[in-house]
Design a protein around this ligand. Structure first.
Ligand code: NAI
Length: 295
């Protein structure tokens, strides 16, 4: 792993992705400030990360002294203004363009002249987020995958106005944390959510057309094609609340191209709260975090 001198990184949004990003960068030696709009969420995220590090110590993958040092570099912030000294702030909040733009505008007013801003957006156009800022050249996409510490690759999205030095620095920090950085253009779905679309849309279509059940689709793709997870297992891991926004956004960005049409199976399930692992039921039911196979 390339060594990168420690810096201070802010993470806004302490949900599934924010927690993983906090863990990744604190493990790499950086000081990480975490903020969430929901009171108490950042503290819960820090406790979660601390628990993950404790587990790494138990399993012999981290020295107890390193865990102790990492604890002192983790900070939950109740105010966004507490992130003012960060060299980089990574946003991992709700996938909503207007909400992200408002946050970036506010962040730009707080951060130093040299600070960088990155969005973990899955599907929104980074240039549209960046254009909320007076200096869009310091804004880029930095798209991690779930679970962040284990999925050892990230997309660095260079928007039209992103400065090459920002792309280089984000790649350096990502690689310094042990993840491969792949630079992708600011096009719909970037690389992963363009290439991976077929997996979800065709999987959903197969179920819509009653060719097979979700578990059968997952089994065949895992066993016959060697995927680590099938599309329905992945949708449950991501959260259908998050994925449904990504599906809609990519469909619109591809000018409503029929092959990206979101499935009619999705909206009723989102309305019913069948998000996946996070809500205890999605395409599968979860007991103690473990998916239950249908009979
Ligand atoms: P999540 O729903 O688990 O967490 C989002 C967090 O952001 C919540 O704690 C919420 O309280 C907070 N939040 C919302 N608005 C806020 C604001 N204005 N200021 C501060 N905090 C705010 O969502 P998740 O899954 O972590 O996704 C976050 C982002 O990462 C989205 O853009 C999503 O598309 C992207 N993403 C998600 C992946 C996944 O597998 N879940 C994978 C890669 C990217």
């Amino acid at each position: 792993m390339a060594t990168v001198p420690p810096t201070t990184i802010g993470v806004v949004g302490a949900g599934t992705m924010g927690r993983g990003i906090v863990q990744l960068f604190v493990q790499a030696g950086h000081t990480v400030y975490c903020h969430d709009a929901q009171p108490g969420a950042a503290t819960k995220a820090i406790e979660h990360v601390d628990g993950m590090l404790a587990r790494a110590v138990e399993k012999g993958r981290m020295a107890a002294a390193d865990h102790e040092r990492a604890r002192h570099r983790l900070k939950a912030c109740s105010r966004l203004a507490d992130l003012a000294d960060c060299e980089l702030v990574i946003e991992a909040i709700v996938e909503d363009l207007a909400v992200k733009r408002a946050l970036f505008r506010e962040l730009e007013g707080l951060l130093g002249e040299q600070a960088m801003l990155a969005s973990n957006t899955s599907s929104l156009t980074v240039a549209e987020i960046a254009s909320a800022c007076q200096r869009p050249e310091r804004v880029a996409g930095l798209h991690f995958f779930n679970p962040v510490p284990l999925m050892k690759v990230a997309e660095v999205i260079a928007a039209v106005r992103t400065a090459p030095a920002v792309v280089r620095r984000l790649s350096e920090l990502t690689e310094g944390a042990g993840h491969r950085a792949v630079v992708a253009a600011d096009q719909p779905g970037f690389l992963i959510n363009h290439a991976g679309r077929g997996l979800y849309t065709e999987g959903l279509r197969i179920v819509e057309e009653r060719v097979a059940t979700p578990a059968e689709v997952d089994d065949v793709l895992r066993e016959a094609l060697g995927f680590r997870m099938g599309p329905f297992e992945l949708l449950d891991l991501t959260g259908l609340d998050v994925s449904s926004r990504v599906m809609a956004s990519i469909y619109e960005q591809f000018q409503q191209e029929p092959r990206f049409r979101p499935s009619s199976l999705v909206p009723p399930r989102v309305a019913a709260g069948l998000f996946g692992r996070k809500s205890g039921e999605g395409w599968y039911r979860y007991v103690d975090g473990q998916p239950q196979r249908p009979p």
